[in-house]
Design a protein around this ligand. Structure first.
Ligand SMILES: [Zn+2]
Length: 423
């Protein structure tokens, strides 16, 4: 037994010794927790982890980032790699009806590369929108090194109730059997079945759509139609939590937000029409908010032209809702809904709104680093550069604490100890 242990120890020691190290020489390294830069410091990487940070460390190879600001790889908590922008329901239907799932997956390969080039080294992808379990395949291919892409947490099909999600059957000849953008359920048992089946297929998260049909009242408040019965949403939440998974809820107003929180949701997606009670409940229960600002702007005009002005109303009231939510202590996490808007548009755009509406640049950066890591239960592994963390690192030319737009021009990207975007 002793001999075996010694053998294993020697093997590990030799292995560690022979593994190549990379020394990254940084001009300024951002500590996202303190908000301070350390000048002229070296990060030492072995395999896919940060092993040491200090002055003048030597590695087998050296990467010179002395002219750059270096920070952890960014995290986007709300993406759709299998979507390519849909302003109107027609844009959406075209993708789901005219593009096969293999074709959409080929396009998604490009989205994954784009995310990485944008400096987002981890994404939580919230629903394939009719593309089955293709997100699980993309994640698998990335992890096996078959293709480039960010670290992915996936949610597969997403869940809504029967008849409450595109493709809308009354827009088409009823005798055609049309695909749907997600898995529909009726009844608590079907909800449980959907959760179990999605987890069986590889879902890391369960995504639900908690409300629809949003409208504005004369007093300025927003309401919607709740999608689930209390039994249905609670069954989905219970099944998710018992499986040690997390629930993400698309919810715009109190009609979806409160029901989702009571069912155990970890995150509220969009929340564009939330009221004070929602904010207080979110703060009290430690529920994260992914506000997805730019996507709403992106679709607002086009949808208003089609007769649905609600996104314009949301855009107008969002600065005020945002400020109130932050004041109430709601935990803000970075989530863009990119894919809902075209992948060639900036993924780092929402930072600009955050800063415009009162966050300091470092607070804005934390939403996509330390807070996002906490949301994903990956604290200390991603979202910060420290010993033992994954080597997910980016570099920018302009100081992001002076100009947050700097994050829209990422010069260099490393994920898992491998450089994907070179200087
Ligand atoms: Zn979305």
């Amino acid at each position: 037994m002793k001999k075996i242990c010694l053998g294993i120890f020697l093997l590990l020691a030799v292995n560690a010794y022979t593994q190549q190290t990379i020394a990254i020489r940084c001009g300024s390294l951002l500590d996202v927790r303190s908000g301070n830069f350390t000048k002229s410091v070296t990060i030492l990487i072995r395999d896919n982890k940060v092993v040491q940070i200090g002055a003048n460390l030597k590695g087998d190879t050296t990467i010179d980032l002395t002219g750059y600001y270096v920070l952890p790889g960014l995290i986007d908590c709300h993406t759709h790699v299998l979507l390519q922008g849909d302003i109107t329901s027609e844009d959406y239907d075209v993708q789901v009806l005219k593009e096969s799932i293999p074709y959409r997956t080929i396009r998604a390969v490009k989205s994954c590369t784009q995310s990485l080039m944008n400096g987002f080294t981890t994404i939580r992808d919230l629903g394939t929108e009719g593309a089955g379990f293709a997100d699980v395949d993309l994640k698998k291919a990335i992890n096996k090194g078959e293709m480039e892409g960010p670290r992915m947490l996936v949610s597969t099909l997403a869940i809504n109730t029967t008849g409450h999600y595109p493709i809308k059957k009354s827009d088409y000849a009823w005798e055609i059997n049309l695909p749907k953008g997600l898995q529909e359920i009726t009844g608590a048992d079907e909800g449980r079945r959907a959760v179990r089946s999605q987890i069986e297929h590889g879902a890391d998260w369960i995504k639900i759509y908690a409300d629809r049909g949003y409208y504005k009242l004369d007093n300025g408040n927003y309401r919607a139609l709740p999608n689930f019965t209390t039994e249905e949403i609670n069954a989905i939440g219970d099944e998710t939590i018992r499986s040690r998974k997390r629930l993400a809820a698309h919810a715009m107003t109190r009609d979806g937000i409160i029901a989702a929180i009571n069912a155990g949701a970890r995150t509220i997606e969009h929340g564009s029409g939330m009221d004070d009670e929602c904010m207080q409940l979110m703060a009290a229960k430690n529920v994260f908010w992914c506000p997805t600002i730019f996507v709403n702007e992106y679709v607002a005009e086009g949808r208003a032209k089609m007769g649905s002005p609600i996104n314009k109303y949301f855009s107008a009231s969002m600065p005020n809702i945002f400020k109130k939510a932050i004041k109430a202590g709601v935990k803000l996490a970075y989530g863009t809904d990119i894919g809902g808007y075209a992948w060639n548009l900036p993924q780092a755009k929402d930072f600009e709104y955050f800063v415009q509406w009162g966050l300091s640049p470092i607070e804005a950066i934390r939403t996509a680093t330390t807070t996002a890591a906490e949301l994903l239960d990956m604290e200390g592994k991603i979202g910060e550069i420290k010993e033992g963390a994954f080597a997910d690192i980016i570099a920018v030319k302009i100081n992001p604490l002076e100009n947050i737009k700097s994050l829209q021009q990422v010069s260099w990207v490393m994920k898992d100890g491998k450089v994907f975007k070179h200087l």
